[in-house]
Design a protein around this ligand. Structure first.
Ligand code: FMN
Length: 309
């Protein structure tokens, strides 16, 4: 029955075989996961955010477990754009959809990164990380200020013909305003949410558990926040939305689609089960079949509101 369901979706010009991507920072550069699963079973994956030069992250401790979640302050440790293009991308099978994520400290270096990544035919789309919650400079500064966010998106839009996704921060008061700015500035899609800014304390030592003090909370603990924000953003814009935050099961992913997401990203759950993305994709198709939807794309926005039949 599942075979009869059309699982394809279009995420702002990126044709995906199914709506499930893995989220930036939780799936390396894809090559690390290839021994554990068929990457082509995913709709695609978003690679770890890249900077122009290789960058090391915060000193440990930079990861901690929390109730139903994970706190991290890795801080965009990455191999740099050249190593990604020259060493990692060529190792990936041709049928794997790769979305590259850009991180910078000013619109100029975001644009330079996007331009270099756009020259590769293997890059299906560019995701702007305007939302890292634990880097001292860059990222979230853009994601929290509508004027800066608009400038950043326009600047990157001007240099890339590739589908352009903007990853939004939940650490804002009005997510609908941020979504509208992205749409007006030329984004093809928005992804939300990045991790929620958070901290945790060890009472015996009276120290923060992370060396960076602040970190980003991810995992099931943030899912209702992410769902709420996807719902609000979907009311505000007509570009497609990619829902991210705490997805572990197919039903979690379906919730995001019902609230208006065209596709989803699975993040923290990859640490528990490297094959979770494939399982979520198969489970979405099974849900669609069970509920009489011929295409999984028909799940987008199919939430029944109170009072509706
Ligand atoms: C260890 C770790 C590293 C992350 N690194 C990045 C990153 O480099 N770029 C980015 O845009 N998001 C990054 N994220 C955020 C995730 O992509 C995702 O938005 C967030 O974790 C919420 O989804 P989840 O609850 O499914 O993990 C990272 C998350 C974790 C847990």
């Amino acid at each position: 029955m599942t075979e009869s369901v059309d699982t394809r979706v279009d995420l702002g010009g990126i044709a995906l075989r199914n709506p499930v991507l893995t989220a930036s920072g939780t799936f390396g550069y894809g090559t690390e996961f290839a021994p554990f699963m068929d990457l082509a079973a995913l709709g695609g994956f978003v690679a770890k955010s890249l900077t122009l030069e290789p960058r090391s992250g915060n000193p440990p401790p930079r990861i901690a477990e929390t109730p139903s979640g994970m706190l991290n302050a890795i801080s965009i440790e990455n191999i740099g754009v050249e190593a990604f293009l020259g060493e990692r991308l060529p190792e990936l099978p041709a049928d794997v959809v790769v979305i590259a994520s850009c991180f910078g400290t000013d619109p100029g270096n975001y644009a330079e990164l996007a331009e270099r990544l756009s020259a590769s035919p293997r890059v299906a789309g560019i995701e702007i990380n305007a939302s890292c919650p634990h880097v001292k400079s860059g990222g979230i500064e853009f994601g929290q200020d509508p004027r800066l966010l608009g400038e950043l998106v326009e600047r990157v839009r001007a240099v890339t013909p590739k589908p352009l996704l903007v990853k939004l921060s939940p650490n804002v008061t009005r997510i609908d305003d941020m979504a509208r700015v992205c749409e007006a500035s030329g984004a093809d899609a928005i992804c939300l949410i990045n991790a929620v800014q958070a901290m945790e304390v060890d009472v015996e030592s009276r120290r923060p558990v992370l060396s960076n003090v602040l970190g980003g909370l991810s995992g099931p603990a943030i899912r209702p926040i992410a769902l709420r924000m996807v719902w609000q953003a979907a009311q505000a814009v007509s570009i497609p939305i990619c829902g991210v935050g705490g997805i572990i099961t197919p039903e979690d992913a379906v919730k995001f689609m019902l609230c208006g997401a065209t596709a989803v990203q699975v993040g923290t759950a990859n640490y528990l089960n490297p094959a979770v993305g494939r399982e979520v994709a198969e489970g979405i198709a099974a849900y669609a079949a069970r509920h009489g939807f011929p295409r999984v794309a028909d799940l987008t926005g199919a939430l029944r509101l109170p009072g509706a039949p």
